[in-house]
Write a protein that binds this ligand. Structure first.
Ligand SMILES: Nc1ncnc2c1ncn2[C@@H]1O[C@H](COP(=O)(O)OP(=O)(O)O)[C@@H](O)[C@H]1O
Ligand SMILES: O=C(O)C1=C[C@@H](OP(=O)(O)O)[C@@H](O)[C@H](O)C1
Ligand SMILES: [Mg+2]
Length: 176
């Protein structure tokens, strides 16, 4: 069975939704950021601080290439995965791609709970940075099989919507 791959901006819910969806489907779950942290024995924040973003993007490419060879998994990606066409081609080869979206307001609210995202460190500039990055990336997030606006939807609602799409698309082979 194809992998189910979640893409989208920071704070749209990829990591949280991915884990719950994998539970619901009884499939293995992988988060590319978690894998990068594990393989480097450093947090994403530390990787950015010590080695810089370029190194992080190289690590991300390697991990995405690896995860893309899996089957039947749910894969949550980092928000910048779309910046590389190579990443997207790898993920698409054996995956159905679902984009999660949210408004700037929702993104700011959800990403303010934990400061684990080095790109959003500058507190006073966060709204500006989110707007700028969204502008640069918005089009890239269209590169998907399905898209869900998660604004004012509960996690359960988002997961139900994904399940509906997967069933309709025949991605679940008649399973619940
Ligand atoms: N639909 C939702 N409703 C309410 N909170 C959400 C929703 N989706 C995600 N969150 C919360 O937003 C925060 C960021 O979610 P996360 O899964 O880390 O996003 P991402 O991996 O896309 O950056 C978490 O605290 C998570 O619980
Ligand atoms: O958008 C980005 O460039 C990033 C998103 C983060 O993941 P989440 O989207 O899960 O927050 C993480 O990969 C890193 O901080 C860079
Ligand atoms: Mg995440």
């Amino acid at each position: 069975m194809k992998n189910i791959v979640l893409i989208g901006f920071m704070g749209t819910g990829k990591t949280t939704v991915g884990r719950l969806l994998a539970n619901r489907l009884g499939r293995p779950f992988f988060d590319s950021d978690k894998k990068i942290e594990y393989e480097n024995n450093l947090s994403i924040r530390e990787i950015f601080e010590v080695y810089g973003e370029l190194y992080f993007r190289q690590q991300e490419k390697m991990i995405i290439a690896k995860l893309s060879r899996y089957n039947n998994a749910v894969i949550a990606t980092g928000g910048g995965v779309v910046l590389s066409l190579e990443n997207m081609n790898n993920l698409k080869r054996n995956g159905v791609i679902i984009t999660l979206t949210a408004s700037v307001e929702t993104i700011l609210e959800r990403t303010s709970r934990r400061n684990t995202r080095p790109l959003l460190d500058d507190f006073d500039q966060r709204e500006k940075i989110v707007n700028k990055l969204l502008k640069e990336r918005a089009e890239l997030y269209y590169n998907a099989d399905y898209s869900i606006n998660t604004n004012s939807k509960s996690l359960q609602q988002v997961i139900n919507e994904i399940m509906f799409f997967l069933r309709q698309g025949g991605y679940l082979r008649g399973k619940r």
